[in-house]
Design a protein. Structure first.
Length: 172
């Protein structure tokens, strides 16, 4: 705990990620994108959220590079946008899967998951799991510790910022 107080949360990666995807409707939009829903009207129908909320969430995800907007035109209709996951967006699937697993374990009625995520290759359940770089796991919070990384902002005793772990100006 003492070591945690030696560095600031000012540039926390969790806070930065939540500033982009930490809103309920944003995560649900991503869920639908993972399920293959690409069009605004389909998403709005499935989610049931207000059109302005959905429009705002889609714009945020496009601006963040998580979704990519392209256009389609059905015969006799005007051009309309559709949304596809970028590589950056696809990498969020493990986050949604971990949230789903937690919800299945702790919130699902009668302990029965409403959706099963299965591997295309073998048909067995897919799950998120913590492992170290050497393959040890599954790990829990009791098995790990955190320490300042190279971009950590160090604090003085009086909470005055004095620089990063690498040095006051980023030099070693």
């Amino acid at each position: 705990m003492k070591q945690r107080m030696d560095y600031s949360a000012a540039n926390c990666s969790v806070a930065a990620a939540l500033s982009v995807v930490g809103e309920k409707w944003t995560l649900l939009v991503l869920r639908e994108a993972f399920y293959g829903i690409k069009r605004f009207d389909e998403m709005q129908k499935v989610l049931g959220c207000a059109r302005n909320v959905l429009s705002d969430r889609l714009a945020t995800l496009v601006e963040a590079g998580i979704l990519e907007r392209s256009h389609y035109r059905e015969h006799g209709q005007r051009e309309r946008p559709e949304y596809h996951l970028s590589k950056k967006g696809s990498d969020l699937f493990v986050v949604l899967l971990a949230l789903m697993q937690w919800g299945d374990q702790w919130l699902a009625k009668d302990g029965e998951p409403p959706v099963a995520v299965l591997h295309n290759g073998c048909g067995l359940a897919v799950f998120a799991e913590m492992r170290c770089a050497d393959g040890h796991g599954p790990l829990t919070a009791k098995d790990i510790y955190a320490k300042p990384g190279p971009a950590a902002i160090l604090n003085r005793r009086n909470d005055e910022v004095i620089g990063t772990v690498e040095g006051p100006r980023g030099d070693a």
